[in-house]
Design a protein around this ligand. Structure first.
Ligand code: XMP
Length: 524
């Protein structure tokens, strides 16, 4: 069984980062809500308690059952976790009126502590807490301090319990990854053998054992997750995987043909479905954004269902669900759980009596890419920007028509090709530790909108009255928040010129300089 570290979430905004840092050092971990602790098997090598927006003195402060954990397994308590241990095991925690927030210089006072091996005696850490530990729990001693916080890190003698008031998982704690590595490898004794290759090998084995000779259906979208899921399943069960790729008539210029060709090149058993006219017929006269989304979503289910019915004997529906979609997060307003679900084929599994298989359920997005790369999938496919299910349907504001689609596709093609051809010396958005090949690669998502606005211009000697195009390019990590990208003026000038000169029906190009929030990435 895969060895792992269990992370108990008290609702901190950065809990996922603890998980990502551990995965980066090839240690498998799972995040669970503090009040839903899974059964602890022998594969659990250690436990981490996260931070929290709560103070230990709040009436609703999370209380966790550490019986079977503290003193029995290695434990690392971070921020709220460290105050929690102090408060509940004989120490004293004081509330302070001011939050200690920001960088601080940590001095290691116990250089023998395994938590700080290979960590500089003085290093920068990131603090974010209101409470402070005035008195340590029973049998504990300090292992590191900052100028303002004496008990910045402590350990409990006679057990492998460590606690830090700062956040080792955030970027601003310069040597935080080394501390997490010390905890996982030295203190918990993990092997650190969770790599894309080991994931691929063990997943293929477990998929084969689970699926036997069953047929599996998978909806391909052209995106990274469904592509990686398909290639992995294809390696496991070959021709028993039947992929369905739907042309909804709202895709980018040549996208359907190009992506379908790449899928076939990879040896996937894929059925391409041309359903453009059906989708467009459902959009006639529809102008409200939500109504458009619903029309497109329902038509997708209808088309997918019809195609899937043609595949006799299918028992499973595969989905590209990834880890952030399934983590039960602890809400700041109380321990409720919210789970994002994939709506692309909503309702279908029940209707068709299919079981669900989700081979990427344990992976973060960057791990999906690493696995994709290890599977030999082309960088052009792995580095593709996210693209919404309703496609260009929600990038044409107002009613969709063939003519507007032509205009938007041509303008979008110029913008996206322009980004791909423009060199830059920025980090890659898909592989943060690598440099980008070009502007496209440095951006999280870019797209083009067609506004339902005509304005006056001059073309030669003639007055024109034509559409406006808006360009959007953002940097983000998960799409929840986003910043507009400071594209070079020379690049914007060239793209604007090219669009106005080459795309009939456009005489004005704008660049969207709004962040999310309060704007969103898509315009509808
Ligand atoms: P917004 O516009 O909400 O978008 O800032 C955030 C991210 O989600 C994508 N998006 C969608 N993806 N179905 C999808 O599969 C949808 O209906 C949908 N709406 C928005 C959007 O492209 C961005 O990456």
């Amino acid at each position: 069984m895969q060895e792992m570290i269990l992370i108990l979430d008290f609702g901190s905004q950065v809990t996922q980062l603890i998980g990502r840092r551990l995965r980066e050092i090839n240690v498998y971990c799972e995040i669970h809500a503090y009040n839903k602790i899974p059964e602890i098997g022998p594969n659990v090598k250690g436990v981490i308690l996260s931070g929290s927006p709560f103070s230990v003195h709040d009436a609703q402060a999370p209380i966790v059952n550490l019986e079977g954990i503290k003193g029995k397994l290695p434990l690392l308590a971070i921020c709220y976790g460290s105050q929690y241990i102090a408060q509940h095991y004989g120490g004293v925690v004081n509330s302070s009126l001011t939050r200690e927030y920001g960088r601080a210089m940590l001095t290691v006072t116990d250089e023998k502590s395994p938590l700080f091996q290979k960590v500089s005696r003085k290093s920068q850490v990131w603090m974010s807490h209101g409470d402070t530990i005035a008195q340590l729990p029973k049998d504990a001693h300090v292992i590191a301090s900052t100028e303002d916080v004496e008990n910045a890190a402590y350990t409990i003698d006679g057990e492998a319990t460590y606690a830090v008031q700062f956040h080792p998982e955030v970027f601003h704690t310069k040597e935080g990854t080394q501390m997490l590595l010390n905890f996982a490898l030295k203190i918990c004794g993990c092997k650190g053998d969770w790599t894309p290759d080991s994931f691929i090998e063990s997943t293929i084995q477990s998929l084969q054992a689970k699926l036997n000779d069953d047929k599996v259906i998978l909806g391909l979208s052209g995106g990274v997750d469904s592509t990686v899921a398909a290639v992995l399943l294809n390696k496991a069960i070959g021709k028993n995987l039947i992929c369905i790729f739907v042309d909804n008539g709202l895709l980018r210029k040549n996208e359907f043909e190009e992506v379908l060709a790449s899928y076939e090149e990879m040896g996937l058993n894929v059925v391409g479905v041309h359903a453009g006219p059906l989708f467009l017929s459902k959009l006639v006269g529809v102008t409200d954004p939500e109504a458009k989304r619903k029309a497109i979503g329902n038509t997708f289910i209808e088309v997918f269902d019809t195609e899937a019915q043609k595949i006799s004997g299918a028992r499973w529906l595969a989905q590209g669900t990834i880890y952030p979609d399934v983590i039960e997060s602890v809400s700041v307003n109380g321990p409720s759980s919210k789970i994002k679900s994939h709506h692309n084929v909503g309702g279908l599994p029940e209707k068709m009596n299919l079981k669900i298989v989700e081979p990427l359920r344990a992976l973060f997005k960057d791990e999906v890419r690493r696995v994709g790369r290890a599977l030999g999938i082309k960088r052009e496919l792995i580095g593709r920007h996210p693209f919404p299910g309703p496609s260009l349907g929600i990038r044409i504001l107002g009613e969709v028509s063939e003519e507007k689609l032509r205009i938007l596709r041509d303008a979008d093609d110029i913008f996206i090709k322009g980004l791909r051809n423009w060199p830059c010396d920025l980090p890659s958005a898909s592989y943060p530790n690598e440099m980008a090949d070009n502007l496209y690669d440095s951006i999280w998502q870019a797209g083009t909108m067609l506004l339902p606005v005509k304005s006056v211009g001059v073309m030669g000697d003639e007055r024109s009255y034509e559409y406006t195009i808006a360009l959007r390019a953002v940097i983000s990590t998960d799409g929840m928040t986003a910043d507009w990208v400071h594209l070079p003026y020379e690049f914007l000038a060239k793209v604007s010129n090219d669009i106005i000169n080459k795309v009939k029906g456009v005489n004005r190009v704008c660049y969207d300089i709004s962040s999310k929030p309060p704007a969103t990435i898509e315009w509808e």
